[in-house]
Write a protein that binds this ligand. Sequence first.
Ligand SMILES: Cc1ncc(COP(=O)(O)O)c(C=O)c1O
Length: 402
Amino acid sequence: MFQTLTERPLPTIYTTDARFEADGRPDKLLLSTGLYCDAEGRCPVPEFIKEAEARVLASEQTKAYLLWGGDGAFNAALEAFVLGAEHPARVSGKTRTLQTPGSTAALRLVAELMARHAPGKACWVSQPGWGNHTQICLDVGVPVKTYPYLRADGLAVDLDAVVGALEGANAGDAVVFQAANHLPTGVDPSAEQWAVLADLCARRGLVPVLDAAFLGFGAPFEQEFAGLRAFFDVVQGGGFVTTSFGKAFGLYRERVGALTIVGPCAQRAQALWTHALHAVRTIYSSPPSHGAAVARTVLADPDLRAGLESRTAQIRARLGLMRRLIAERAQAAGLGARFARIQHERGLFTKTGMDEGQVAALHDRFAIHMNSRAVLNVSALPQASVERFIDAMAHVVADSEG
Ligand SMILES: Cc1ncc(COP(=O)(O)O)c(C=O)c1O
């Protein structure tokens, strides 16, 4: 390979960040990242995390390896937090959770299990969606198929289109659903739509993969987990939950996530868990400890947990405010139609509708960095820069569209 490989282009999600790092202009802005930023555009360590970290460091006795499936107390706490302690699947022993290095690794484990034990079965992902769902599957040879997602008016999930596509799936195919704050559309299924999707999976023997990433960014946790929990009231044939604690906990670089296996019965869940452990062994052997210990400490302590709840409430309030400010400024700058849906969407992102040339012009002329899909993380825009961003966008749009 040293003699044969030529350079492979890196995805724009990487090159956008790298180009931002290298940009020497003092007023540069990076607006397409996947993390929550505060009003000043920073991503600080939350206070409740600092406190939990201090407790973890003070009590830590060893740096010995964790078991391959991670910290058992973390796994139990995460499962109870996400599924609810009394969820029938938990109570009847049908769940097994493995701590993973971020939920990316949890998704990779699902793909590994499919590649090894369900050859030929496809994984369905939403279009549009998170590009890495596709890439993770393709990297291990799992075929990817897409289902359409958004209604033409952009305000709701196009249930007929989703169901129409998934009626063509084969029993044993996996279907990834984003549990809340769908990326990049900011539109989630309603309770009624979740029920239809769960029925469909149950009826057709599809394997749901509920990807829970931006927890608490659109509504309090209990509300956001409702769709996912109801799903596993209905689907009895088995499925997965992949959880990221990077985002709500602000623990991104500590790589905190989990794979929850919800089996048709305790024995089958246990069987799948052992196969997942074999995959872990050859990929990363065991997960890192620190971030999971911090998250476990937060979940176990009512004051720290209140800190988590209040941080996500602040996040939601700021996202709502930013969406309003952007809509107002866009209206004043003649871009109102492009942001007509922004206040209906949830989570971090909105699509600006710019083309690649316009994104490049924003970069060259205004030191504003975005990915080629022109997706805006509304929190990454410092409050004081709303006017600058919208006015710059109005310039490049007017220039290129005459
Ligand atoms: C939809 C979605 N799922 C999963 C992930 C993976 O998160 P992590 O591996 O950082 O836990 C991300 C990260 O941005 C995401 O956007």
